[in-house]
Design a protein around this ligand. Structure first.
Ligand code: ADP
Ligand code: MG
Length: 489
């Protein structure tokens, strides 16, 4: 079973309800590691961003990174979690070459944040998926496999990179909802500027837990954990594949084994990696080299006060205050810098609708990355506002405004300068327009006769001829009005 057929999926979904909970590991954008002063810089050459702690040297003691704790708290507060005043680090033991200490320092039974939720819109409705917890932990190193040389080497640069693990309740009910949840969570972390949020690069990783239950059944089925999902496309494929696999098994009287499966994107299927490890297998014990993490109310309040407006709140405000629909609000809040850009323009020109359509159809067409590109884009918010004001005061028609916009991008000049240099202002003056209208009418007696005889379509012909004579700069509304009077009056 490697080709996914939509009809099969529909049939299965009539019978079974998927139940999902996601575990997300997000790397925090700190300068240094979670437990050491080594650099947390992605892309350094192997084993250069390391310290005795990252390499697990005996006797090296961990020192908790305050900045990582602050970022973790930002996430916890922004996602409405209950921050725990006292949380505890534990050792999670397992053997693997990329983990020289033999254990990962993680929070286990006493995480720093409980509950909370991720909110987003799906199919026009607001959804809220509850979180179980968020905890802080350090990342492990990475094994690099060189098949051509027949060797595997270990890179410890990732060792002790700070992570928060965000665990959702099993409240997700469809593939689309899983993707929407993950996007909303990623956007929240990006607004906070604490995680790159890049699945492909592995700084934002997602494990999907999935079970099926017959529709109408209350009890959850046995779950399978899917790992190695490194894109949104793979998330959807892996989940769909797993839904079909489990349905097949259940339909043929089989039982689901609780296990961890790896998604193989090349082969479009998942393979069993290991039967699900139990917590007891990890021999968790409190980390004796670190004190419990104590967080005081004042620090929590300081961080809470500085939180930016989060994406869902901003979306709701755009809907409420700027009359946007869900789609527009979603597009315009795709990054906080884009949302700022929209809001500045919208206020400056006092026209949220024009700002929204012009930005979506013109600005966004030239922007690959809504986060970084918009910050260096020209026309910036001020320059775009000035351009659109030239539309509002009728100096420019929409078509002329688009032309000026293109020139602004190319020449990096303000709208007013381009309009005067290239003589691009539209002609709204009645007498100038009438002169052209009279000339066009005089030159086309045949068409005039036909129009008078009832061929109304020819009105468009006269509009076109006038605009042509005006180099496309006739104020369309005024021109139409005057032409109508002349021809029909
Ligand atoms: P572990 O850390 O061992 O994977 P957790 O108890 O933290 O286990 O749960 C992991 C994830 O599995 C959570 O996101 C949770 O919502 C989800 N989950 C739990 N039970 C089910 C189930 N029956 N079906 C689908 N997902 C589930
Ligand atoms: Mg898990």
């Amino acid at each position: 079973m490697s080709v996914i057929n939509n009809e099969d999926v529909e049939k299965v979904l009539k019978k079974f309800e998927p139940v999902m909970g996601l575990e997300v590991h997000a790397q925090l954008k700190t300068t240094t590691k979670l437990m050491s002063a080594a650099s947390n810089q992605f892309g350094s050459s192997p084993n250069t961003a390391v310290s005795t702690i990252c390499t697990g040297m005996p006797g090296a003691l961990p020192v908790l990174n305050k900045k990582a704790v602050q970022m973790a708290l930002q996430a916890g507060l922004a996602l409405d979690c209950e921050i725990q005043k006292r949380s505890v680090f534990s050792r999670k033991h397992y053997f693997y070459p990329d983990l020289p200490k033999g254990y990962q320092i993680s929070q286990y039974d006493r995480p720093y944040a409980l509950k909370g939720a991720v909110q987003f819109y799906l199919n026009g409705e607001k959804r809220k998926i509850a979180l179980t917890r968020i905890h802080l932990e350090e990342d492990a190193g990475k094994n690099l496999h060189f098949d051509d040389r027949g060797v595997s080497l270990v890179d410890l640069n990732r060792s002790s990179v700070p992570l928060i693990e965000i665990v959702s309740e099993p409240e997700i009910r469809s593939t689309a909802e899983a993707a929407a949840y993950l996007k909303a969570l990623r956007l929240a972390l990006r607004y906070l500027d604490i995680c790159e949020g890049n699945l492909e690069e592995g700084n934002f990783r997602c494990d999907a837990n999935i079970s099926l239950r017959p529709r109408g059944e209350q009890k959850f089925g046995t779950r399978v954990e899917l790992k190695n999902i490194n894109s949104f496309r793979n998330l959807e494929r892996a989940i769909t594949y797993e839904i079909l696999r489990q349905a097949d098994l259940l339909d043929s009287g089989g039982k689901i084994t609780q296990e961890t499966r790896l998604w193989d994107a090349d082969q479009n299927k998942s393979i069993s990696m290991r039967s699900k490890e139990e917590a007891a297998d990890y021999r968790y014990m409190p980390e004796p080299d670190l004190l419990p993490l104590e967080i005081v109310e004042r620090d929590i309040e300081d961080i809470r006060k500085k939180l930016p407006e989060m994406p869902i709140a901003r979306m709701d405000r755009f809907i409420r205050d700027y009359g946007r629909n869900i789609y527009d609000a979603d597009v315009l809040t795709a990054s906080s810098s884009l949302a700022d850009y929209y809001e500045t323009v919208s206020k400056a020109i006092q026209d949220p609708q024009l700002a929204s359509t012009f930005i979506q159809t013109n600005v966004l067409a030239h922007i690959a990355n809504v986060e970084t590109d918009i910050e260096t884009f020209f026309p910036d918010a001020k320059a775009l506002s000035d351009l659109l004001l030239k539309m509002k005061d009728k100096t420019l028609s929409l078509n002329l405004a688009k032309e000026v916009f293109e020139i602004m991008m190319a020449e990096k000049k303000p709208a007013a300068q381009i309009i005067s240099e290239k003589g691009m202002a539209q002609v709204s003056d009645d007498s100038a327009l009438l002169a052209v209208i009279e000339k066009v009418i005089a030159e086309n007696p045949g068409q005039l006769a036909e129009l008078k005889a009832g061929k109304d379509k020819l009105f468009g012909f006269f509009m076109g001829q006038c605009q042509k004579a005006l180099g496309g700069k006739g104020n369309p509304a005024t021109l139409k009005e005057l032409l109508e009077k002349k021809l029909k009056g």
